[in-house]
Write a protein that binds this ligand. Structure first.
Ligand code: PEP
Ligand code: MG
Length: 545
């Protein structure tokens, strides 16, 4: 028996047999003075092969997992991307062989993505490696049909790409272990969607994993136990049984309203970031979307999304999730979320800098494009908008002025919109909390962003792992901030929700009920747990708190 600790990236446990992903020789030879027309034909022929394999992977995956399927679509787009193709062609016209041109282009684009400040673009580096490997396999005539073992297994690999995963029946995969990779890798995201454990970033200790045997993995703690003894097996089996029983237990909260024992109804919303999350909202039975982080639409692109692009996305969300209320937060870019085409300067203190509403008010043309798309989409469902990072009443007044301009433009052009569209703000700065009585007079609702509120109140950078232990959203100061905000909201007759991570902290539910919080918006997979906690909350005596 041996224990190795990696980085846990999906909190389930599994015990199954070890299965290594087949490692292939994907090295390529560098040849000069080749005939460009022959090499170009080789490139385009093999690209067609890979494109059609990607289509097969897309069709096969889409049936049960739309989110992963989209990755194959992205890979097709990357392969046909003009810059990518031009880079390959330019090396070939210099006399290099097609394999070498593809490998070098892959490396160039990989480095480009890796050097980005944006996490989403960084993860694209993996995608470039994936398409390069696929192209090299096609050049070498390798068409893999990996032979999977019987029954379930834990898939072990140095890196794990979506094209590797799709070779297996998802029902057979009990977990993943990788030498490299991060919590944001596609494999980690897929593991969380499939609700199976993954442990990444094992480093050199990866080589201690034997080729055969059994393995117990814990995706919460990052623990890997090779050939566990009876005692460990017993502990893990118990954990698996408990997780299954818990998932089963949660089923009975589906289709139930979260009403506490003293009759307070809490709307349980989901936090989402793109269209593929719509299925999760439905599957986990969320009552609403309490936070749609619209900046992800911007982060996933290489240029500003057009009004039409945004309109189509917002329209699809509200239409598919009708009659739920969908709160779309306007662009919260800046700080840890940057896109190159915004040309934001590097700042000493980005969290205190040029971000979110500050950008939108200084560059109103970007803001108006988004607002027009949002107002147009409001005609198709129950949409509300929410403004991030408010610190001043004047900001809200300015936003309202811009909204009036947008409404007038739409009216003049006879474009329908919801004239009663609700506009709320995020309470995520101590300033907003302290003037929440004044802000409440100007807006339709508040949503408390405890992530930033904790960062700004405790002066703890939410991105700094050195001081992670000080990042405490249950600190007395945060509780008092929530209590004050809730009181000012209710006194003014508006509702108040929480959409930061601590909305799903089960230890805080009693506190939220005490202060009559109206909505908790959490990640989709937490919806049923929070419903359960509220329904089962037997309040003793809230009045005396
Ligand atoms: C928050 O700050 O709590 C919040 C919900 O917004 P984000 O995490 O996107 O900054
Ligand atoms: Mg925030």
């Amino acid at each position: 028996m041996k224990t190795i600790i990696g980085l846990g990236a999906s909190d389930r446990v599994a015990i199954e047999k070890i299965h290594y992903l087949q490692e292939l020789d994907l090295s390529v030879e560098k040849k000069k003075n080749c005939k460009p027309d022959i090499e170009l034909k080789k490139f385009f022929d093999n690209r067609d092969i890979v494109l059609s394999r990607l289509q097969v992977s897309y069709d096969k995956t889409k049936v049960h997992d739309e989110k992963t399927a989209q990755v194959f679509e992205i890979h097709q787009m990357m392969l046909e991307d003009l810059d990518y193709t031009e880079s390959v062609e330019s090396l070939i016209t210099k006399g290099y062989n097609a394999e070498y041109a593809v490998q070098q282009t892959g490396l160039k684009f990989k480095q480009l993505f890796e050097s980005s400040d944006n996490e989403i673009l960084q993860s694209r580096a993996m995608d470039v490696s994936d398409i390069t490997n696929q192209m090299i396999k096609a050049f070498k005539g390798i068409n893999e049909h990996e032979k999977a073992p019987e029954g379930k297994f834990i898939l072990i690999s140095r890196d794990l790409y979506p094209s590797d995963i799709v070779k297996f029946d998802h029902n057979q995969i009990a977990g993943f272990v990788t030498q490299y990779g991060s919590k944001n890798s596609h494999a980690a995201i897929l593991a969380r969607t499939l609700n199976i454990p993954i442990v990444v970033n094992l480093g050199n200790r990866f080589d201690e994993i034997p080729y055969f045997g059994t393995m117990a993995i814990n995706g919460a703690t990052g623990e890997i136990i090779i050939n566990p003894n009876k005692y460990i097996l017993g502990i893990y089996k118990k954990k698996i049984k408990e997780a299954e029983e818990y998932a089963q237990l949660l089923e009975k909260y589906r289709n139930k309203k979260a009403i506490s024992s003293d009759g307070h109804h809490v709307t349980i919303g989901a936090n989402i970031g793109n269209l593929t999350d719509i299925d999760l909202v439905i599957n986990y039975d969320a009552d609403a979307v309490g936070l749609f982080r619209s900046e992800f639409i911007y982060l996933e692109r290489n240029d500003y999304p057009s009004e039409e692009d945004q309109f189509n996305i917002y329209k699809e969300v509200v239409e598919r999730l009708k009659p739920r209320q969908i709160i779309i937060r306007t662009l919260d870019i800046g700080a840890d979320k940057t896109a190159g085409y915004f040309h934001l300067n590097k700042e000493e203190n980005p969290a205190l800098g040029y971000r979110a509403i500050r950008i939108c008010l200084k560059q109103p043309e970007i803001f108006k494009t988004q607002l027009r798309a949002l107002y147009r989409a409001s005609a198709f469902g129950n949409l509300a908008i929410m403004i991030p990072m408010i610190t001043h009443v004047e900001q809200v007044l300015e936003v309202k002025e811009i909204i009036k301009e947008v409404q007038n433009e739409l009216l003049i052009n006879h474009i329908p919109f919801d004239a009663d569209l609700k506009v709320g703000i995020m309470i995520e700065t101590p300033a907003a909390v302290m003037i929440s009585d004044l802000l409440a007079k100007e807006v339709d609702f508040f949503s408390i962003g405890t992530n930033d509120l904790t960062q700004y109140t405790l002066a703890v950078d939410r991105m700094n792992t050195e001081i992670e232990h000080l990042f405490d959203s249950t600190h007395e100061s945060i509780k008092r901030m929530i209590a004050l905000t809730a009181k000012n909201a209710h006194d003014a007759g508006i509702w108040v929700g929480i959409c930061g991570e601590s909305a799903s902290d089960l230890n805080m539910i009693d506190f939220y009920l005490t202060h009559k919080i109206d909505e908790l918006s959490v990640s989709p997979s937490k919806v049923l747990q929070v419903k359960k906690a509220i329904i089962e909350n037997h309040l003793k005596n809230h009045q005396d708190l």
